[in-house]
Write a protein that binds this ligand. Structure first.
Ligand code: NAI
Ligand code: 13P
Length: 320
């Protein structure tokens, strides 16, 4: 993006040439975000990416809006760039190597593009509401002050408040784990277990998210912030959530494949859940709700059995 007066010049790059042509002609992303016409300054491109020329060489800020599974590949293209880069992905990469746990976005960046000044833009933000200009608050997290500042400068505006946070570990743990927990609350609501049960899941979910975050080096207060409590409440209770929808569909008796196929969009919790639990186990962190979601997704427990397993745990202190 470059700046044209108060307006940013933005180019939306798509890997799929046919879709890029279609979006440029329709002036709308009819496949993924229908009903939201592009502003006049937005251009669409599908040119081959090169760090030395064209789009990437002209950009002064790059935002990756892909699923987590595509982040590694996208960062590899960008590794020699000097401009700030941020991703919107919320998840843990699911590792292809047996026994090796997947990584968070900033860990992927450290592995494939260690020179990059990188960060994440996260927090409670259903895309449709952001596109409609409804009030939204986000968090820009990076260990680099220049990246946090670039994100605030680019995105903070009358309908979008962007807070800065140095704690990228906490912000990424929040963004990943809330998706797993939203599958749990979707299941809870799909089974009509009641509002008490949902509040219990959100609260105890926040406790397990925080435990994992602290063990990974995050700050506790990040989990009281937008990418912790904020995004958890939104995704666990908001019917625009695809992760919540997966839980609701599983409660109706659909298979995981049927549930995922019916969405037409990524539900990151499905791909992150096992990694979240693997990393928690490796650190000796208890995550019973996430464990239940994994057992459900892997078909080891039926929905009612997952609930009985959670409720049947021994009594314990509420404190972390
Ligand atoms: N939709 C939402 O409200 C929000 C989504 N996010 C996060 O943003 C990420 C993307 O989500 P959505 O855009 O909603 O998913 P989506 O499923 O609606 O769209 C995914 C987009 O990524 C593209 N894509 C898929 N594989 C790719 C690859 N290998 N390389 C490049 N592009 C690829 C697809 O063509 C499509 O344009 C996820 O991690 C999600 O958690 C974050 C905040 C809000
Ligand atoms: O991250 C989101 C809102 O902040 C979107 O959640 P879903 O991916 O569950 O739709």
């Amino acid at each position: 993006a470059g700046h044209a007066g108060a307006c940013h010049e933005v180019t939306l790059w798509a890997r799929d040439a046919a879709q890029a042509v279609q979006m440029q002609a329709a002036r709308e992303n009819t496949r993924y975000l229908p009903g939201h016409p592009f502003p006049p300054v937005l251009q669409v491109s599908h040119e081959p990416l090169s760090p030395d020329a064209g789009l990437l060489a002209r950009a002064d800020l790059i935002i990756i809006g892909s699923p987590m599974a595509a982040l590694r590949g996208m960062l590899a293209y960008l590794r020699t760039l000097h401009v700030p880069v941020a991703w919107l992905c919320k998840g843990f990469e699911s590792s292809q190597e047996p026994g090796v746990a997947g990584l968070m976005g900033h860990e992927v960046a450290a592995a494939v593009a260690p020179q990059l000044r990188a960060g994440v833009l996260s927090g409670p933000s259903f895309a449709q509401e952001v596109a409609r200009g409804q009030p939204t608050a986000l968090v820009a997290a990076s260990e680099h002050a220049s990246v946090r500042e670039a994100l605030v400068a680019a995105f903070h505006g009358p309908t979008l408040r962007v807070y800065a946070n140095e704690d990228i570990v906490g912000v990424e743990v929040g963004g990943a784990v809330k998706n797993v927990l939203a599958i749990a609350t979707g299941l809870c609501d799909g089974l009509a277990l009641g509002l008490n049960a949902r509040a219990a899941l959100v609260t105890r979910g926040l406790a397990e998210m925080t435990r994992l975050g602290l063990a990974l080096g995050a700050r506790a207060d990040t989990f009281m912030g937008l990418s912790g409590l904020g995004d958890l409440v939104l995704t666990a209770t908001g019917d625009l959530s695809r992760n919540r929808k997966v839980g609701q569909l599983l409660a109706q008796g659909l298979s995981l494949r049927q549930a995922v196929d019916s969405l037409g969009h990524v539900a990151e919790g499905v791909y992150s859940a096992r990694t979240v639990v693997q990393r928690a186990r490796a650190l000796g962190v208890e995550m019973p709700i996430s464990e239940g979601v994994v057992a459900l997704l892997e078909g080891r427990l039926k929905p009612a059995e997952a609930v009985a397993t959670l409720m049947g745990r021994d009594p314990k202190d509420e404190a972390l």
